[in-house]
Write a protein that binds this ligand. Structure first.
Ligand code: FES
Length: 597
């Protein structure tokens, strides 16, 4: 702890750490100062002024989120002057806001609305010119409604500093200011990764996921459709938050029951396909290693491909390095392809009559399903993607009392998974799951339970690395005896950029890299419940590891239904059928989202 200062807030003597803002010091001492643009540990800009306080000796009111504490400082957070000023400031924000709360997607989940209630604002005395309304629904993932934007700039910080993408910025000046891509280009004509991190920090309805709930309801009401749903590993550790559960509460069984009550014909688990991904990706990695060590042409490091925000980012930013990316489709696309082939065959249904819905923690998945290369036999692998937030809305809309539900299990044959699949939800999880399988394939020895976690790559650090020395491998991998496999893991696109710059310079020391587009991995994807912060990330991570540790089977190659799938249908990893259904290729893109040769 740093040096402490003595100060007074609302006649109360307070000790606060030097360097803290007044807002932080007040919060630490259970004094609530309303704030709007500020976001703990993410964004500090001082644009809304809602957090103003009186500081003795200062002529003007001070923004408490920007001013640091000083020895002897005397602060009043709730004086008449402060309260009047906050109301005026709030009314000024409202004067340029559409105030269409009743039909806004953020109704009752809007920070602006909450502040209005807290400040007891019952009127809006100022009316005047309105900013130009700009609705950008060009992207399949994210919708931008500038008329609702309060210019807090949280999205600008996330897009530029946390993700390092740099698409959203303040454009123009004064009353003409708006937040968006330069020259008001629509989102689908710029290098937006569609990660949706901006939608998780937007306090109002200005940035949100593209709504897919209506198309899913229509499919459910269509008597001629068999509607299959799958849920990603991260959903079960976050969906409960939308129903009042503590972050990190696993609601797997209730979620499955809710989906069955909503009328989905089959409820499958994307985790099944995560196990399958490990088999395909692990074998792809070993193929590449074998070639490189025998002097043949192959590209290392190999980099994971399950995060579609990351894939779009790398296509735009490092288009010459796409050979490093694993050719594996992301797990939900693999599962969709299998539902419309293997499963359709099993139950005797024409794939055209199957509608596959994926519940994902991710907004970029909405774009991913539109990729022309992710179709088989003319049908898209997946027909609609719902975010965790959208699924919660649909459950509520269906009148289901989520908390009272009994637990149910996923349907088979595409519903069983191992603990290795669970940890796909967390940064470092895909790598750990892959290493569990690759180690056993290469050495022929069983990895004991107590050695399953690769501790150096667990946690929220931006870039994590680990080394694994191979000793006494089986004959097929004798060339790896004594070799140290180096791996790196990153989450968030700013970290990915750092690792890719090394790759592009030919200086990467790693054999295998895991990249997740969102900080913390899928547990805090762009479609997860709001708010997300490090405390919530850690709780969701712990829940995911608990799910893994509670399973009897914790290695993907032990999944009996995956083994059966190979026996009955795919025949072998990286075989002909696998290549047709489970693998893909990538597209070089410029910064205007144009295809480049
Ligand atoms: Fe302090 Fe907006 S919260 S200026």
């Amino acid at each position: 702890m740093g040096k402490m200062v003595n100060m007074v807030i609302n006649n109360k003597n307070i000790n606060a750490e030097e360097g803290m803002t007044i807002l932080e010091a007040a919060k630490k001492n259970n004094i609530i100062i309303p704030s709007l643009c500020h976001l703990d540990c993410v964004h500090q800009f001082g644009s809304c002024r809602i957090c103003v306080v009186e500081v003795e000796g200062a002529k003007n009111l001070q923004a408490s989120c920007m001013v640091t504490v000083q020895e002897g400082m005397v602060v009043r957070t709730n004086s008449e002057r402060v309260k009047k000023a906050r109301k005026v400031l709030y009314e000024l924000i409202l004067s340029d806001h559409p105030k269409d709360c009743l039909n806004c997607s953020r109704n009752q989940n809007c920070e602006l609305q909450k502040i209005g209630e807290l400040l007891q604002v019952n009127e809006c005395r100022f009316e005047g010119e309105k900013s130009k309304a700009m609705l950008d629904n060009s992207s399949p993932s994210i919708e931008r409604d500038a008329s609702k934007c309060i210019l807090c700039r949280r999205c600008v910080t996330v897009c530029n500093e946390i993700q390092g993408v740099g698409v959203l910025n303040a454009q123009n000046r004064g009353f003409e200011t708006y937040i968006g891509p330069a020259a008001d280009f629509p989102l689908n004509t710029v290098n937006c990764a569609y990660c949706g991190q901006c939608t998780t920090v937007c306090p109002v309805g200005a940035l949100k996921e593209k709504d897919s709930t209506q198309v899913v309801w229509e499919a459910l009401f269509d008597k001629n459709k068999r509607v299959v749903i799958q849920t990603a590993p991260a959903i079960r550790a976050a969906l409960g938050e939308e129903f009042g559960y503590e972050p990190g509460t696993l609601v797997t069984g209730k979620m499955v029951t809710a989906l069955k009550e909503m009328g989905f014909d089959d409820v499958f688990d994307t985790n099944f396909a995560a196990d399958l991904t490990i088999i395909e990706e692990g074998n792809e990695f070993l193929e590449r290693v074998k070639k490189v060590f025998s002097g043949k042409k192959a590209v290392l490091p190999m980099i994971t491909s399950c995060s579609p925000g990351w894939i779009k980012f790398v296509e735009h930013t490092f288009p010459d390095e796409l050979d490093h990316i694993s050719t594996c489709k992301s797990p939900h696309m693999m599962l969709g392809a299998l539902v419309k082939s293997y499963y359709a065959e099993k139950i005797g249904i024409d794939p055209k009559d199957i509608f596959v819905v994926s519940v994902m923690p991710c907004t970029a998945k909405k774009f991913e399903i539109t990729r022309p290369e992710l179709k088989n036999n003319g049908y898209p692998n997946v027909d609609a993607v719902l975010t965790t937030r959208e699924l919660a809305k649909m459950i509520k809309e269906a009148g289901i009392d989520f908390k009272s539900l009994e637990d149910s299990k996923f349907d088979n044959p595409l519903g069983l998974s191992t603990g290795a699949a669970d940890i796909f939800a967390a940064t470092g999880g895909v790598m750990e799951a892959a290493l569990r399988t690759v180690y056993e394939i290469v050495t022929g020895r069983e990895l004991p339970f107590e050695k399953l976690h690769v501790t150096p790559i667990v946690g929220l650090e931006q870039i994590k690395t680990a080394e694994l020395k191979i000793e006494n491998p089986i004959e097929e991998y004798a060339f790896l005896d004594g070799v140290t496999i180096k791996v790196a893991v990153t989450s968030g696109l700013a970290g990915a950029r750092k690792l890719m710059e090394e790759v592009a310079r030919g200086e990467s020391p790693y054999h295998f890299i895991e990249v997740m587009g969102c900080p913390g991995g899928c547990i805090s994807g762009g479609g997860q419940p709001r708010p997300t912060n490090d405390e919530i990330r850690v709780k969701r991570l712990q829940a995911i590891y608990k799910e893994d540790e509670g399973k009897e089977l914790r290695k993907s190659h032990q999944n009996p239904f995956v083994l059966k799938l190979y026996e009955e249908f795919l025949k072998k990893p990286l075989g002909h059928k696998s290549h047709e259904l489970l693998h893909t290729h990538y597209t070089k893109r410029g910064i205007y989202n144009e295809y480049i040769e």
